[in-house]
Design a protein around this ligand. Structure first.
Ligand SMILES: [Zn+2]
Length: 295
């Protein structure tokens, strides 16, 4: 294994051993170029996990440091000066059969319908969307979900947060999720294309698990599918330097299990945009026990 980053031997998702290199990049992507990463002697590689089949992005420490320094502002790079509001309108106006977001909202609403029978106290409904981005998910979810939902959007990017506030849909907090104690008791917590940006997803998910209502909170996770490797060009955004991992369903299952969450549903989604995605619904041990014993 070449010495590319600080912990090259272990899969942070399942704790298993990293194996063969499955893809090598020999030039920086646009985020790295924006962060000042040089083309000279550039190397970045994905290593497959021998145990769960997920892939870990191995990077040169100096390049990783530069990249992390711009990570909070990557919307600047992503939209290269274009308007987040325009991007939002574009996605919101896609017909449902061409919209990844519409499919996601349909999946979550269907799961909530099944989930509703578990809810003992029919008290307030609240959703926390970590990494809310342009707000397309919360917009469509709050418009379509039955019941009176209160939304909270967490988004560290200042421009995206300002755009989210302008929508007037929900409470907007311009911050990263770090297990803030006041963020707790949510009936639904969503992590849409967030976990792949986190180097230690286990520590992160442990904090996430404490933010849901222990008796009946539901977590929805979406991550890029490791199937992307070999089926999309190496220049595809999904294979870029900002992503720490690409997940297999087995890896995501294992990760949820390691943090004491119980997976209710898990699998591949082939999205209308062409993205290959792994999704999961999970709940806490207490809620799973209630489901199992029908108490
Ligand atoms: Zn693994």
């Amino acid at each position: 294994m070449m010495a590319l980053n600080n912990s090259p031997d272990t899969c942070a998702i399942c704790g298993g051993e990293l194996g063969d290199t499955v893809l090598v990049h020999d030039r920086p992507d646009r985020f790295e170029r924006a962060a000042g990463v040089s083309e000279a002697d550039y190397r970045r590689a994905w290593a497959g996990c021998r145990s769960c089949g997920s892939a870990t992005n191995l990077q040169q420490p100096e390049n990783l440091r530069k990249l992390r320094s711009i990570a909070a502002q990557y919307y600047e790079v992503d939209f290269s000066g274009s308007d987040i509001g325009a991007k939002y309108s574009l996605v919101m106006n896609l017909p449902p059969n061409k919209s990844d977001n519409a499919g996601r909202v349909d999946r979550i609403i269907a799961a909530l319908k099944r989930w509703d029978s578990l809810r003992s106290a029919k008290d307030a409904l609240s959703v926390l969307d970590i990494g809310a981005g342009t707000g397309v998910f919360l917009s469509r979810f709050l418009a379509q979900a039955s019941g009176d939902w209160r939304g909270v959007a967490l988004e560290p990017d200042p421009n995206a947060a300002a755009h989210l506030r302008s929508l007037g849909l929900c409470e907007v907090r311009q911050e990263l999720f770090a297990g803030q104690p006041e963020l707790s008791g949510f009936k639904l917590l969503t992590l849409n294309k967030v976990l792949e940006h986190i180097q230690d997803p286990k520590a992160f998910l442990e904090q996430v698990a404490r933010a849901i209502d222990p008796a009946e909170g539901l977590i929805y996770v979406e991550v890029p599918d490791v199937m992307t490797i070999g089926r999309r060009p190496p220049t595809d955004n999904i294979l870029g330097a900002l992503h720490c991992h690409l997940y297999s369903p087995a890896g995501l299952m294992h990760l949820l299990d390691r943090v004491g969450l119980v997976a209710l549903d898990i699998g591949h989604v082939f999205e209308p945009s062409g993205k290959l995605t792994v999704f999961a619904f999970a709940t806490g041990a207490e809620a799973a026990e209630r489901l199992a014993t029908r108490e």
